[in-house]
Design a binder for this molecule. Structure first.
Ligand code: NAP
Length: 313
């Protein structure tokens, strides 16, 4: 028989952990599932400077503190790679690669993942110089030259982090203006180790039979093609929602993001969505945590409403 809970939270990033905290503190039985270590993208972030209460905190440290908080009122945390969720009205069936669970409500908090650039060499040199995580892989490039592709917050923040290790960080961006927040831009422009190649697209990751040696770049104003030598290529060209496995629920839009109302309710009663998987403007730890608190409380109200109407879960 399937294990039963009041609430299953799918994804143990900051949003999911906050939902688990609020729901378990409201005395609901909660299962927090993740296919990796708790913390989500916080684990790939060195210094977090925009989470209130901390002038600067290491991502993995904040993740551990949030996990301790999330489980202190009895929420269970388990490995689970969710393969599908079925809506049976008052019961939701959550299937992972190893288990089947039932719950009265589900909070979707799977987050997002880095988009691939989609050029030749990117896949081939994955783990051999191509990376999507400066905190994980930066140390391999001590005193070497690296390239960062992208112009958003991730590219510039992680580029700045890499300046502490690499001898030179070259940011290649497709426009002549960065998308990153102004404060991060200012720091990047003031850093001697940061260089910028504007109006340029990486068309190929180059390498020898072992590792990356550079990238081929085309200037999209002049069509001039150049090769930039580097030992590492860090790609930060945006994010995609991790919602493929739950597509059959019918709560995702054409791009895979999930629309909710301000109670974090999706269009399926009893299915809530929070954090980066939501269709929204600002994807931050603070906004994920805010979403998580709202969903934790709304789940409680939803389950109360099931018993008020005499629906048996
Ligand atoms: P993002 O904001 O979507 O930026 C993606 C960057 O990649 C943009 O500069 C974009 O160029 C470029 N790009 C997209 N597709 C490309 C392609 N095919 N080839 C070359 N360049 C391409 O993504 P992100 O930086 O990963 O950030 C994701 C979210 O997390 C954002 O909401 C961000 O604010 C948030 N975040 C916040 C912080 C923080 O607050 N400290 C840190 C990290 C991330 P264009 O500019 O031309 O579109």
């Amino acid at each position: 028989m399937a294990k039963q809970y009041d609430v299953i939270v799918v994804g143990a990033g900051p949003g999911g952990m906050t939902s688990a905290l609020y729901a378990s503190r409201a005395n609901l039985s909660v299962l927090l599932l993740d296919r990796g270590i708790y913390g989500g993208q916080m684990n790939n972030t060195a210094a977090i400077e925009n989470y209130p209460g901390f002038s600067s905190v290491l991502g993995p440290d904040l993740a551990k503190d949030m996990y301790d908080g999330a489980t202190q009122f009895g929420a269970e945390y388990a490995y689970g790679n969710v393969q599908g969720i079925e809506d049976k009205g008052a019961v939701k069936v959550v299937t992972t690669d190893t288990e089947t669970y039932e719950a009265k409500a589900v909070v979707l908090a799977m987050g997002s993942e880095y988009r691939k650039l989609g050029v030749p060499g990117e896949e081939e040199y994955g783990g051999r110089g191509v990376s999507y995580c400066a905190v994980c892989d930066g140390a391999f490039f001590k005193n070497r030259e690296v390239i960062v592709v992208g112009g958003g917050d991730s590219a510039i923040e992680e580029g700045l982090y890499l300046t502490q290790l690499a001898s030179k960080v070259t940011v290649i961006h497709r426009r002549d203006q960065l998308r990153a927040q102004k404060i991060i831009q200012d720091r990047a422009f003031a850093n001697d180790k940061m260089n910028f190649v504007w109006n340029s697209n990486v068309t190929e990751v180059l390498g020898d039979d072992q590792k990356v040696t550079g990238v081929k770049v085309v200037n999209n104003q002049t069509n001039e093609e150049t090769v930039i030598d580097a030992s590492g290529v860090f790609i930060y060209v945006g994010i995609l929602p991790k919602t493929e496995e739950i597509a059959s629920l019918g709560v995702t839009d054409a791009d895979g993001w999930i629309a909710t109302n301000d109670k974090m309710e999706t269009k399926v009663p009893g299915i809530f969505a929070i954090g980066d998987v939501r269709a929204k403007d600002l994807r931050q730890i603070t906004t994920a945590v805010g979403d998580g608190g709202v969903a934790g409380q709304q789940v409680f109200k939803y389950i109360e409403s099931l018993s008020d109407t005499g629906v048996k879960a």
